[in-house]
Design a protein around this ligand. Sequence first.
Ligand code: ADP
Ligand code: MG
Length: 697
Amino acid sequence: MKHILDTPVEYLKGVGPARAEILRKEVNISTFGDLLLYYPFRYVDRSRFFTIAEIDSDAAWIQLKGRVTGQQLFGKGHGARIVYTFKDGSGETELVWFQGLKWVREKVVVGKEYVIFGKPNLFNGKYNFTHPDIESAEEAQADQNEPLQPYYSTTEKMKSRGFTPKGIMRVMRTLISQVHKSIPETLSPAVLQLAHLMPRAEALVKIHFPDSPANLAKAQERIKFDELFFIQLQLLRLKYVRLDKVKGKVFSNIGQYLNSFYHRNLPFELTAAQKRVVREIRVDVGSGKQMNRLLQGDVGSGKTLVALMAMLIALDNQCQACLMAPTEILANQHYKTISRFLSGLPVEVALLTGSTKKAVRNDLHTKLQSGKLQILIGTHALIEDQVKFHNLGLVVIDEQHRFGVAQRARLWEKSETPPHVLVMTATPIPRTLAMTLYGDLDVSVIDELPPGRKPVKTYHFYEKDRLKVFRFMKEQIAQGRQIYVVYPLINESDKLELQDLMDGLDTVSRYFPVPEYQISIVHGQLKAAEKESEMKRFLEKQTQIMVATTVIEVGVDVPNASVMVIENSERFGLSQLHQLRGRVGRGADQSHCILMSSYKLTSDGRKRLETMVRTTDGFEIAEVDLHLRGPGDLQGTQQSGLVGLKLASLVKDEKLLKIAREFAHRTLTDDPRLEKPENQPMVVYLQRSEFDWGKIS
Ligand code: ADP
Ligand code: MG
């Protein structure tokens, strides 16, 4: 039987098919249940009327009652605006509309009495109201005027069909009177009681129509809890099922491969953090369960080495390993690094990318199937259908958020007992987000840089300092250093941005002329081979300066490059700036990062640059990023349940998130398969849930 909350919204009294269509198109509401979850975005005090004479600041939203006494239309078409004079006996103000003039003119009649609600603006020494809510005095009378009236966001289209904030409130009242007895509880009695939560039905009524500030807070807490709890419950459940059902290959040997690498080839001492993580990995792969581990570590913290050691453990247990990188350049670099690390050891390593020749490719396939080839490094060419491993034991994925979840899943299908998976990311993720995005993975953190690294010194300069910057670059080059000059290129086909780069290249070439100076140039519109050869020239010190777009963002390792100049730095996001800066500071020399910006900075832009100058700690930067942008824009969130968060915030509700996770944990420890009768409401909710859980796992 269908639940009442699944009823199409057109059947709600006062809505009907045409207005239902508006709701669907404008705010994606199709059913009673959807509408119920359309929460107010603020609460307003409609119990009090102000007078025009009382207005003395533009701080608050206020309500006035008065008469419209005049109307004037200015301009035409898109630039048109309509201005009404509004008087209440104490004074006179103006009501202004720029949009939706058609319905405003139908609604507002000169001479009639109205109630308006809005925020006064100070304009030319007088207060006016732009786009206030407006109702005839009789209409306004029909509602109780509460101190905590819900206020819903709306659009001009919705307003023109009566879905003003108040109009929505009326529809909501009708809805709630019809459904309040049928709103199912979603939590078990135990969780409800132990977490001291308001019942869901009560919370959904009071979030729309609160009877006191205290109850409103309780209602909000309950709804946020649900949002966070069910993400955690689902993630942890996937994890338990996996641990329970999916067997992992047992790597019990530490043998010849790892030992001889460790004793003969390792050129330096591991950091304490690297040792700890290798230990964590060893425990995982020896446990008989499949490892799914996220390895977080700032740029330059030595993740590649840890990955290599994990791969050697696989080899010691007669398994193969592969490492997947997001770009060809990176795959190449990994291949070289790893071959160098392994030189002299009897390990077969190969590289497979989109540009691997067919003959070589066929040969690789044969060697992989026979097991002769032990470590395969490459791009997503690795997961093509023809690639069959003899016995794949470990998959390492570098910079994972560039890989789709589906691509990851295909790797799993490659052997009967799934390989262990190690996901490496250099984009630090704030804890709350990590808990939510990767809640089903175990997390290791390398929180220490190899010794002797000097933190990169960072400066913010404007165009007027250009010559100073160039002089500094010359000094550094004279000392044998190399330099990156980076331009933003967010959209590879954007001609303007490419023009910026070309103009920049011009300036740089004039100040750094051949033959004394050589310049590499790399951007997204070059062919792979051209890019490769430009990079190579830089890597081999044939060029001192590399002018590039953000294609160098990820993973390139040129320890002698110790200066990075980032042009138009205000146009980069924080995590991107941090990634870029990670390209320098990889050698023993003091490195420098120069952020060039225009004079015009938004407050967020300024905050980003200040943060970069202040700190090199990736986790701190990630926290600032989360605060500035909110989680919606952070990488990876699109494929998570986060889009389902309506009230809860990963910035403000960290405490509640921890509590929710703890309760999800307890629930599953007690009833791993959620079979107990008291947990059925949760199961039902998960099944009904609007989130597309498939995308998270
Ligand atoms: P990540 O991938 O985490 O950004 P890499 O693995 O590329 O970092 O390591 C950065 C550099 O540091 C490499 O040149 C690597 O050889 C070196 N490195 C790694 N571990 C250590 C260590 N324990 N001591 C000294 N140098 C190290
Ligand atoms: Mg790396």
